[in-house]
Design a protein. Structure first.
Length: 243
């Protein structure tokens, strides 16, 4: 994940520098689709349990963001179960996704999102995933995938901008799908790391609680044992005195 973050950062900086000089290109993936009325949400959950509040935080954000007019793609079995009776329209095409190892599913998902947006079906496409802060802190995040943000900076260029080949239009058609696919992969990878870290923390807390409970029970056992021994001694002494 750390290596991929460095790679994704370089890709973003390079793409932002290019997009900064493509303001006059009419491409729906960049300019947006204002005529559409609904959004598409991709919600990333886990397929396994015992991972603390990982899924609960994702579900809370998704419930607040997705409306009954929107469409949603739910990744992960836990999300599919939670949103089985959701008010929104659920797209069942990618329910087989389980982990970052499903690279073919990730590529298919990226392609589907781009093609659906090109058709003008959605105003925005969002990805709700878990952002990694540190091994203990994870944050649910709503990332807008499309239209693609092109807020770059040309402060590194003096005079005229870079030469773009073979053409601006072809460059956008090639670069945007690459950037979107990279974003989807990076977010899914980060979510899976958060899932495993959350599961590790949950298991560690469960182990600590079990050890604390065992220690308390051992103390209670020793107290009961000492009380029983004391009672037996008192009874023996009382019997001896009676004789």
């Amino acid at each position: 994940m750390i290596a991929n973050k460095r790679y994704a950062k370089e890709v973003k900086e390079a793409s932002d520098a290019v997009f900064n000089y493509l303001t006059d290109v009419d491409n729906i993936l960049v300019t947006g689709n204002s005529s559409a009325t609904k959004n598409l949400y991709v919600v990333v959950s886990s397929s396994l349990g015992l991972c603390g509040a990982y899924n609960a935080n994702i579900f809370k954000m998704a419930d607040a963001k997705i409306t009954k007019d929107d469409d949603a793609i739910i990744l992960g079995k836990k999300g599919s179960i939670h949103f089985a009776n959701g008010e929104f329209n659920s797209i069942k095409q990618f329910t087989n996704y389980e982990s970052i190892k499903n690279t073919s599913t990730i590529r298919a998902l990226s392609y589907y999102l781009i093609e659906a947006y090109k058709k003008g079906e959605y105003k925005e496409i969002h990805l709700i995933y878990t952002e990694y802060r540190n091994p203990i802190v994870f944050t649910s995040r709503d990332l807008t995938l499309l239209p693609l943000s092109t807020k770059g900076s040309n402060e590194n260029f003096v005079g005229c901008g870079p030469l773009l080949e073979p053409s601006k239009e072809m460059l956008v058609d090639t670069l945007v799908p690459f950037v979107v696919n990279n974003l989807v992969y990076s977010c899914l990878l980060e979510s899976e790391v958060c899932e495993q870290a959350s599961r590790s923390n949950a298991m560690e807390n469960a182990t600590d609680n079990a050890e604390e409970l065992l220690s308390n029970l051992q103390i209670e056992f020793n107290k009961a044992r000492q009380t029983a021994i004391t009672q037996e001694i008192i009874e023996i002494a009382a019997a001896a005195n009676a004789l």
